[in-house]
Design a protein. Sequence first.
Lengths: 762, 333
Amino acid sequence: MNGIGASPPRPDGFAKVSGAARYLDDLSLPGMWHGATLRSPHAHARIRSIAWDAALAPDGAVCVTVGDLPGPNGVQLIDDGWPILAGAFTHHVGEPVALVAAPTRLAAQQALQAFTVTYEPLDAVLSLEAAEALPPLYQLGMDSGDVDAALARADLVVEGEYRTGHQEHIYIECNGMIASYAEDGALTVLGSMQCPYYVQKALTHALGLADEQVRVRATTVGGGFGGKEDFPSAIALHAALLARACGRPVKLVYDRHEDIVCTSKRHPTLVRHRTGVTRDGRLAALDIEILMDGGAYTTLSSVVLSRALLHSFGPYRCADVRIRARALRTHTAPNSAFRGFGAPQVEFAIERQMDRIAHRLGLDPLEIRLRNAVAPGDRLPTGQILDAGTSALPCLEEVARRTRFRERRQELEAARARRAAEGDEDQNGAEPRRGIGLSLYFHGAGFTGNGERMMKSPVTARLLPDGRIEVLTAMTDMGQGCSAVFPQIAAAAGGLLPEDVTFAEPDTAEVPDSGPTVASRTTMIVGGLIARVTAALRDRVLEGLPGHTVRDGWIESPAGRVERFRDAARRLRAEHGPVELTLRHEPPAWQTFDETTYRGAAYPTYAWGADVVEVEVDPDTLAVRPLQVTAVCEVGRAIHPTLCAGQIEGGTLQALGWALLEEMKLEDGRYLNDRLATYVIPTILDSPRIDVHLLESHRDGGGPFGGPFGAKGVGELPMDGGAPAVAQAIENATGIGVPAIPATPERLLAWQRAGQTPGGVR
Amino acid sequence: MRPFDYARPATREQAVQLLAATPGRAAVLAGGSDLLALMKDGVVTPERLVSLQGLQGDHTLRFLRYTAAAGFRIGALTTLADLAASEVLRLEHPVVAETAGRLAGPQIRNVATVGGNLCQRPRCWYFRSGFGLLAAREGASLVVAGDNRHHAILGNDGPAYFVTPSTLAPVLIALDAEVVLLGPQGERTIPLEKLYRLPLAEGEREHDLGPGEILTELQLGPAAGRQVGTWEVRQRETLDWSLATAAVALEMEDGRVKRARVVLGQVAPLPWTSREAESFLTGKTIDEAAADEAAKLAVQGAKPLSKNRYKVQLARVAVRRALLAATGLDREL
Ligand SMILES: Cc1cc2nc3c(=O)[nH]c(=O)nc-3n(C[C@H](O)[C@H](O)[C@H](O)COP(=O)(O)OP(=O)(O)OC[C@H]3O[C@@H](n4cnc5c(N)ncnc54)[C@H](O)[C@@H]3O)c2cc1C
């Protein structure tokens, strides 16, 4: 029932669906006040003065401005270049300029009126084109072989330019924090977050406190998708500064409008491709330029850019590759982590480029991919030799088989040819046009490059007085399901029953810094550690019992069951006092990566996927309806297949929203559709049927990488495949080229007029 | 949200008086699905809300009455869910019940009222972001210079460029519905079409509602053999407004159109009657060619703004398909 590959009910499920789960905004501390944030109305301005007229504020309200900061004005992430409050300048609309706290939320809102800020508006940089000429926030490059020579030799050189836009996370629970100081000056922060230790680090850095003086506890997290990786640190700082100023606990919770206005989005991206190919459709040279809109501050853009670079060549073989990647600075809120972390944008581009090449050569989209997809033992352009679990081809073949991709595509083409012959290609044909599209994608699991090696994340396990094992990690369950998967892993690794193991809440006062809940690393990296540390603690209990094992919660000798594991553990605990073990993650020795040349094994392993999407396009309005998605994903080993498939369904739908509906419209640096009524994401009625098929390359025990039972990270993988498959399906249905997303009716009609075709502009 | 007084009168007259007592500073609260959102965003800041939900006895406004001779009298507080569920409405005016049943989502339909739907405020993002209904700065429209992809293509000579938001209004206007308004001076009944007007200055409302006036009732005659059809072009399937809509009602005689009503939504600051299409259709038998021609005429006068040319095509498609739906030709194709 509970073993690896079973799908037990998730422990957090009932409380969440019944409404019993308490999220940050459901919590209240005695004497707690409420905070509010004064924000810049300008994309770029000099702040001439900030005045606070206490007479205008409700009784007792307190304010915090940049002059009140006790330490450096920077939110510590990778560096501390992101201001806590705007200083002499404001660099985006919605940037925090000052803070207030008051006894009620309403009073706090009213207290904002007590500020008078004089701004001197300055010119703002608001597009990638404008930013391109300016110094970037960050840049990277990678070279493999000799691209210029390979391009000169190629039979055909194909160029393409592909764009993707902002995407807002729309986690169900908006960002929020509660901060309170104890009398001894110790600070406790509660909130919705992915990374408790990031928040702690930001607090100690800016407030000049020691680690022991700052305790960060993650409350029930109502979704994150990357949107609770960096912003919680800033909001925690704001709440803490207010708590310090008013001497009471302070809650700072954003409503949806504020959350959309000021928090991060997915980086808008422009990718330029110049590809040399042979006549038979093999990639000979890839020349890639990536421009990402980083917004006003770097925050996590450097690492997003790095992952983008490392996925920009797609799951394809090519020896001669040049990649130049830049994160550019514009005057919008910093763009940052969002499921996929830069990979979906560049995989959209390479997939579109593959389609364009196929179109030029008269190949079908499946064929061009079959000819170029990587196989075990192949080298990526970074030089990494791919492991035996490399499953691009199995995914492609399986998805094509399940959907009869070739036959179906031929049927649709034949129907189109028939209609054309009957002269019914005019604008008024009433029948919807059907189209089919396919994509191939991959996602590096875990931190990029040497990230895991530098972190050496620890996980601790200890015996409780009742003989259960308690495992301590800093991971938060934001809905992805680690609270279900971790017990499965621990029980299976220790030979225990799920009830023999319990997990501590993510609280920096209790758990070690096992790293952030990001980068598809939770099951694979931390889960692997949980397996090892649980087994090690079990072995500690078995010490002095040679030849004994533990199965289903019982200690067994060769002769049979001896005693319940918990009884033996309880005895050991009683006799010896605390029994505790901590293990650290150690990447395999072969996984080395050079951060300057960008060569080497950037990830311990990759997860693979292929999607086929069928769409219907209204011939007159060009409104697109996705009808059916088939996703075949190779995940190593599905610990909990229901949750694993759930990740893939949800990620696929999020990708379809990005591809078809979601668009942040900007004017003078302001998001025009900064509400849920205007920023539309798919509803259940917009969701096609999504069939998920899991392939598991390592069913029979660990692969050549670190995941427990062979599991690879899957959280981000499904975000990579939906958009390019939809774009191809639209082209297939309409003959209109789709170089950008979202492919809204409005844009499709414009592309049609402009003569965009699958091969480029006519 | 700013603090406000809350009144819950028991009679219609009290409601009107409470509103008229502080003209311009009080607002009618029906289901609140639009008004409260506007207040939370600080776009409107009434000092007093007068709820119609506490009206008692004969004064209540949640009713749906039908007689074969006169048709429907529908109270302003009747919810969209009530409309969608009404058996008699489904039989007599299936298109109205279906339009109501498709609107927004179930939670909204359960609170949103007919009166609120007809009096809801435009979705223009400049208006919703606090730039005012006409969104003008120093005499120039922000819409014209800015992002106008969802704005008007017809009736957009200024100063209004927003589009009328209700999907119900075009259908009801095509069916010659009337509304009853109650104000300090008493009651008046006007064609629904006349409820909508072009505001000419900031501060003017896009509805012909005098100070203290409330909409109490919608009156909708019997179907009387009219052929009715609608089409909504939408981007998202639910919980979202359409990009363009059209409603058509045809009175037929001997297989020919005796009288046509063609009304478009989401394309102009008010529900847009296409006189061109109506007069073209009069006397015609409807086939695909006639539908094409009428659709073309309906958008002939369109003057797209810098970013909404695509809406001309969408509006044309909506009219054509509404006509085909009205005549059942869509099913035969
Ligand atoms: C996600 C979403 C999607 C939607 N999609 C659509 C759609 O596709 N098509 C569509 O038509 N609508 C749509 N709506 C709007 C919805 O139909 C309206 O919000 C609703 O009908 C308003 O009714 P209410 O009773 O809640 O009005 P309220 O919010 O109470 O009032 C709305 C306005 O009308 C005034 N008012 C209300 N009743 C009266 C009266 N009796 N007399 C005078 N003035 C009055 C109020 O003062 C206020 O200005 C959508 C709404 C949402 C939230």
